[in-house]
Design a protein. Sequence first.
Length: 494
Amino acid sequence: MNAAEHLPALQVVLPLAAAPLAVLIRHRLTAFLLVLAAIWSAFAISVLLWLQVGDSGPISYAIGNWPPPWGIEYRVDALTALVLMLVSGVAAVVLPYSRASIEHEIASDLHYLFYAMFALCVAGLLGIAITGDAFNLFVFLEISSLSSYVLIALGRDRRALVASYQYLLMGTIGASFIVIGVGLLYLETGTLNMMGMAIRLQGLTGDRAVLAALAFLTVGISLKLALFPLHQWLPNAYAYAPSAVSAFLAATATKVSVYALLRFYFSIFGETAIFQRLPMADFMLLLALAGMFLASTVAIFQQDLKRLFAYSSVAQIGYIVLGISFDSVTGVTATLVHMVNHAVTKGAIFLLLGGVMLSLGGITLTRVQGMGRSMPLTSFGIVLCGLSLIGVPGTAGFVSKWYLILAALEHGQYWLVGAILSSSLLAVVYVWRFVEVAYFRAPLPGDEVRREAPLSMLIPAGLLVVATIWFGFDTSLTVGIASDAAQELVRSGR
């Protein structure tokens, strides 16, 4: 075998190996460089895997040369490649940013631990996407979750500990539901390989144990992806975590959980069993609409900007789940496109807010008044990303909502077009609250001399802001990959 054949294994092994090495080294700069090399290598590998899938189709890699179902299989198709590039790409941007950011937000003697947990979280998220084994997916989910708890708790604010503990409790419940669901599927099918499960479930979709497994998995994964009303852990986790952690988790963690939901629904249970024999479409539609409207309404009344955009994330997850409820290629395409576009948009916002925290010492609406004068680049970047959350043409968010509207029109659900547009108006309100205080109020005394965050923080945030605008005009990458992945998913589920 040549090295290229081992890329699926290296995708996970490199960041996974970097984590314990960073703990053993305990030197801040060395740990940073080690993890940085592993993350950038993982991003390069994800791009190479995407190119391979485009050239020769899905890749199957047997760990230890044990063929499935006896051994664990890593499998890469169009959807997997998209998620791998999203996770590793965001990590490659956030990690350089974190070097300056954590100097002010995490005790210096814990920096090595931050880098180790960051690498471990990336490895877990990449493993969820690439594994073809259901139990292995649960293992990687827990690796990413446990490291996330530590990353959140590293913040200097004591409320970060409470937020981490709350996330731990709810995450543990979600993980328990998931492992029960996987166990029931194993009892019914006799295999943990996802493709093997899918084949053996074809004649068992009405079995009570299978339906129970579906219920456990739906609730467990919904907790992980913060689907309303199972989102209670998210606002505090995003608000009190260090800025780099908030940005990374907002851009990747819930998106990978969406991937897991899609993989179980379409690739394992099958579209017919989920949407034609059960009322799952109506159930998901109801929860999606509740999240879109109620979470956006709560966001309007927040004074802390990180909490405001955290509730915005719950609303945006509603849009993502709305696409799944359409049970169509266009709907799933909208889900995947919004998954990527929201990742870059919200990642950019939280990175920019980290710069605000560093320069102004706070991110409440009262504290940031007049920052349009003292921090013009940061303010303009937040406004551009806010326009994407609204869905203004020329931004990535518009493309996502356009495909959601197309999916609604395909199904003749014209009232949903009005719902999508109405919920977007709520986003106008909470984005305008920032615009109003940043540009139409005078700075607080002494803030006139404040300056932008360091370039080491501005440049990574700027890259994601540029991506937010770029994906609004050039959809060949996002919509192209998402459309291919959606067609594969829907076809495999029938």
